[in-house]
Design a protein around this ligand. Structure first.
Ligand code: KIV
Length: 266
């Protein structure tokens, strides 16, 4: 049986050159399946707002919604480290709000770490939350909660922007983040950051050199038709399988083929 994954283990993995695997999950059945697949971390992402709730962005997601998802994932008792994504406006308003809301994810939700978006601009928040012993994973580059500032989901850190992303990486490390997600940045920049930092980098659309990778579970299983970013690899196409099963059920009920005696009580 595999061991429970802890923060020191995640740090050790970078040290040993072992790659860190991360996937999202938002509910009990997927948390069990993802954990059985052997990931090191389950990110209860605010991407739930898009792939589960059907919003166009992650901005409408609330603390209560995230707590619901985190609790459901924790009930699966995964060996993977459970990281709760902090929703928009739960930490940007100041260190007091950030500590209180991150604390709720740990205390009420049962998460083992939290994730916040932002670099230099959120270093004070990462420092305050880390100082009360809540492990923080930072998230820099293409940060989906900044969709309006960025003018869409665009690759960040090209040309003269690269220096700023590098400074963001140093800032979140000095503030106490235990790891940093690098999203939507050029592969060369991600490689440079990964070589410079002592904390693990977890890439998504950031090339192959990061210490680990994260993807959204619905994307790799073909369950989200809405968006298909270039960085996603589809490992299964479950959408048509599910629709076919539903069609068969509908036909059988309509034809009187289901239920039979085998599915009935005497
Ligand atoms: O919300 C999320 O799922 C994320 C990952 C894509 C990094 O932030």
């Amino acid at each position: 049986m595999r061991k429970k994954i802890t923060i020191p283990e995640i740090l050790q993995m970078k040290h040993d050159g072992r790659r860190i695997t991360v996937l999202t999950a938002y509910d009990f059945p997927f948390a069990r399946l993802v954990d059985a697949g052997g990931v090191d971390m389950i990110l209860v992402g605010d991407s739930a707002g898009v792939v589960v709730a059907g919003h166009d962005t992650t901005l409408p997601v609330t603390m209560d919604e995230m707590l619901y998802h985190v609790k459901a994932v924790r009930r699966a008792e995964p060996k993977a480290l459970v990281v709760a994504d902090m929703p928009f406006m739960s930490y940007q308003t100041g260190t007091e709000d950030a500590c209180r809301n991150c604390g709720r994810m740990i205390k009420e939700g049962g998460a083992e770490a939290v994730k916040v978006e932002g670099g230099m601009n959120m270093a004070h928040v990462i420092r305050a939350v880390s100082q009360i012993d809540i492990p923080v994973m930072a998230h820099i580059g293409l940060t989906p909660q900044s969709v309006h500032r960025m003018g869409g989901y665009k690759v960040q850190g090209r040309k003269e922007q690269a220096e700023r992303i590098l400074e963001d990486a140093y800032a979140v490390q000095s503030a106490g983040a235990f790891a940093v997600v690098l999203e939507g940045i050029p592969a060369k920049l991600a490689a440079d950051i990964t070589a410079e930092l002592s904390i693990p980098t977890i890439g998504i659309g950031a090339g192959p050199a990061c210490d680990g990778q994260v993807l959204v579970i619905h994307d790799i299983l073909g369950l989200c038709e809405k968006y298909s970013p270039k960085f996603v690899k589809r490992y299964a196409d479950l959408g048509p399988l599910i629709s076919d099963a539903v069609k068969q059920y509908v036909t059988e009920v309509q034809n009187g083929e289901f239920p039979t005696e085998a599915h009935s009580f005497s």
